[in-house]
Design a protein around this ligand. Structure first.
Ligand SMILES: Nc1ncnc2c1ncn2[C@@H]1O[C@H](COP(=O)(O)OP(=O)(O)O)[C@@H](O)[C@H]1O
Ligand SMILES: [Mg+2]
Length: 262
């Protein structure tokens, strides 16, 4: 298998990028794959902190949990200009691919040159979005009168530009997955409208949607221990898993399958 690069991106904070990175990384490690996580959101450092918490938890409880290689990149590492940053990223992904089957990059919820260019290295781009019109607005402008798509928004433009850069390098097009996060359990007009608009947008700008994670407290609770749903059974025993845990774990597995690594 060639090293597969997964970029988790959305120019919107709080959409679930870091949560997705940690669950994907641990799931893939548990499948026996070698994983490198790249933190491109060093300012916030969520994913780095999460793996720090994991190390501390392992030490405190004498546990041996799978842990990925972690790389942190800062924009200034690349010498500032776009060319320098692109070169830096190319080098980092190339180096990391020597000892990783999968590289997963966490990106900030804002447009930085580093995050922007990282998108051009994606074999798979996963965009988690909360199920709200505010989140949808990052992807497309909606005409409130007719509730139809007016035009793609800034993040969709960014992805399009990075796809062009990637094509110029002669690389296969990225598989863009929009993942709906924090889904409510009840059916609502809102939910159905977003679904309809996303289906329309998917055809226009070239992504596919997958059902992501439901709104569940458990996704918030594990961070400070550095654990994921994929660890709970090993750490506390299968009987410690509630119905909600099991359903959530299933959602993570479904996402991993949807990526279709090969
Ligand atoms: N499916 C979910 N259910 C409940 N809380 C979630 C879910 N996904 C993410 N969260 C919480 O939402 C907040 C933002 O998630 P995070 O992964 O940090 O987003 P981002 O990296 O895009 O800023 C965190 O507190 C996280 O625990
Ligand atoms: Mg984050």
């Amino acid at each position: 298998m060639r090293t597969h690069v997964i970029i988790i991106g959305n120019e919107k904070g709080g959409s679930g990028k870091s949560t997705t990175v940690m669950h994907l990384a641990v799931s893939l490690l548990r499948q026996g794959l070698r994983v490198t996580v790249v933190d491109l959101d060093a300012r916030q450092g969520t994913i780095s902190r999460y793996f720090e918490n994991r190390q501390l938890h392992m030490k405190k409880h004498s546990l041996d949990l799978p842990i990925p290689e972690l790389l942190t990149l800062r924009a200034e590492d690349g010498g500032g200009d776009a060319e320098g940053i692109e070169e830096l990223l190319a080098g980092v992904f190339e180096d990391a691919s020597n000892n990783a089957d999968v590289i997963i990059a966490d990106t900030p919820g804002s447009d930085t040159p580093m995050s922007r260019l990282a998108h051009s290295f994606a074999d798979t781009l996963i965009t988690p979005m909360n199920d709200s019109f505010i989140d949808l607005d990052v992807l497309a402008k909606i005409d409130p009168g007719t509730m139809t798509i007016k035009n793609p928004s800034h993040y969709a433009e960014l992805v399009w530009q990075q796809r062009m850069i990637r094509a110029k390098r002669g690389r296969k097009a990225a598989d863009w997955i929009v993942m709906r996060n924090r889904m409510g359990h009840t059916d609502s007009i809102n939910k159905r409208e977003i679904e309809r608009l996303l289906a329309d947008l998917a055809k226009r700008i070239g992504f596919r949607t997958v059902a992501g994670f439901s709104e569940r407290v458990i996704f918030r609770e594990l961070f400070h221990q550095g654990l994921t749903l994929m660890d709970v059974a090993e750490v506390s025993g299968e009987s410690a898993l509630s119905m909600s845990h099991i359903a959530a774990r299933q959602e993570v597995r479904a996402l991993v399958e949807a990526i279709n690594l090969s």
